[in-house]
Design a binder for this molecule. Structure first.
Ligand SMILES: Cc1ncc(COP(=O)(O)O)c(C=O)c1O
Length: 404
């Protein structure tokens, strides 16, 4: 008889965004006249930049002509894209990353969910609390955790690293050893960033303790402060202990197009085994490459024109973040984030629970955000707003919140 992977049964039933969706649908059905503004899910709203659209059109035409038609893409990505990424994202920042250490994919979610597969199920993982849920759930599915502890709101066997106001939402190196350490900066959900000297401490620790850092830099393009690293490979020695995930989703508005990449240096070895080679093997077996037209679109994001258009788009989201920050300040909220990141992490008023505040905002301001507790117990009494809405909606949402 077939048996299921019963690790899946440990997963917590209602995923955060489906609960939010349900509550919003119910409210809309009861109040069809109300205009709801969504500043919850981190999805972009601006259309793809013109230079990228041009590249897409051109690539589509190539697919329609026998002499330029492309079939399966190379498993690991076209070299035109890998080369330009290596140069612009890494060499230009002093990181010693070669094109063949870059694996193109259809987004960072799959990569940071799948990466755990090439590591032993005996490994322990460390994650931030609050956390982007993919890191935890993918390890639950693989059987790398115990059951969910309802009292603690955490899975057994996982090292949770609290991110609190006291530590500026940047975790301390845990006292307990973890083999795989997930870090995400700029952070989703808190919007926090890590300074280079702090990240260097993690790299030194990982090299000393034989841990691997799984570094999610999906929001790298939002960094504006000088001493904030764009890549973990800006730190000395990171090539022997780190893997980095990047995404075109929030950088270039590709949430619908789908494109990302993972960097695994060849120098990263465990017991003499090349992690790079294992990931190449896994990619080759389970993945048939991101579409040619999307990779050409990705290439256009690095052209002079494309780059300028993207910077302008990100600038518009950053302006939204400022509008949210100013509105919250005027309304007397405590909050952080929103400077090097598209997320604003606010403390709920009067110590309200995250879900009570969600209900209040939905019912009284018709604004949807994300309850912090949905990202982990240390997110309780916090709430996430995103800067990805339209300008008009962001202004209106803040006017409504100020009037609460
Ligand atoms: C921290 C983090 N990593 C990865 C992703 C997923 O990126 P992608 O759209 O490339 O799959 C997201 C998307 O919200 C994210 O917040």
């Amino acid at each position: 008889m077939a048996k299921i992977n019963d690790n899946y049964l440990k997963l917590q039933g209602s995923y955060l965004f489906s609960t939010i969706g349900k509550k919003v649908r119910e409210y809309e059905a009861a109040h069809p006249e109300k205009k709801i503004i969504r500043l919850g899910i981190g999805d972009v709203t601006q259309p793809i930049a013109p230079a990228i659209i041009d590249a897409l059109h051109k690539a589509v035409d190539e697919m329609g002509a026998a002499e330029s038609f492309k079939g399966y893409a190379p498993d690991l990505g076209y070299s035109f894209l890998r080369e330009i990424i290596a140069e612009k994202d890494f060499k230009n920042r002093g990181c010693n990353i070669a094109a063949d250490e870059i694996f193109i994919s259809d987004g960072a979610k799959c990569d940071c969910g799948n990466i755990q597969e090439i590591f032993s199920t005996d490994n322990t993982i460390a994650v931030c609390d609050p956390v982007y849920p993919v890191y935890v759930d993918s390890n639950v599915m693989a059987g790398r955790t115990g059951d969910f502890d309802d009292t603690l709101g955490q899975f057994k066997g996982v090292v949770y690293m609290p991110c609190t106001e006291e530590n500026g939402f940047v975790p301390q190196i845990p006292a307990e050893h973890a083999d795989l350490i997930y870090l995400c900066f700029p952070n989703n959900p808190t919007g926090a960033v890590i300074k280079k000297e702090e990240l260097q401490k993690w790299v030194d620790y990982a090299n000393k303790s034989g841990s691997v850092i799984l570094y999610d830099a999906a929001y790298e393009a939002f960094i504006e402060e000088e001493d904030v690293p764009h890549s973990i490979f800006e730190c000395d020695g990171a090539e022997t202990c780190a893997i980095e995930f990047r995404s075109f989703s929030k950088t270039a508005g590709f949430t619908g197009l789908r494109l990302g990449f993972t960097v695994i240096p060849k120098a990263l070895k465990i017991d003499g085994v090349s992690v790079h080679d294992l990931w190449a093997r896994r990619h080759g077996t389970k993945y048939n490459g991101a579409p040619y037209i999307v990779q050409r679109a990705g290439e256009a994001a690095y052209s002079e024109e494309g780059r300028a258009q993207i910077i302008e788009q990100i600038g518009r989201y950053k302006e939204n973040a400022k509008i949210i920050a100013e509105g919250l300040k005027a309304a007397g909220y405590d909050f952080s984030g929103g400077v090097n990141a598209p997320y604003i992490w606010l403390k709920t008023p009067d110590n309200m629970s995250s879900w009570d505040y969600f209900d209040l905002l939905l019912e009284k301001a018709n604004v949807v955000g994300t309850p912090g507790v949905g990202f982990g117990p240390h997110g309780e009494h916090y709430f996430r707003l995103t800067a990805f809405g339209s300008r008009e909606n962001t202004i209106e949402a803040m006017d409504r919140i100020k009037k609460l």
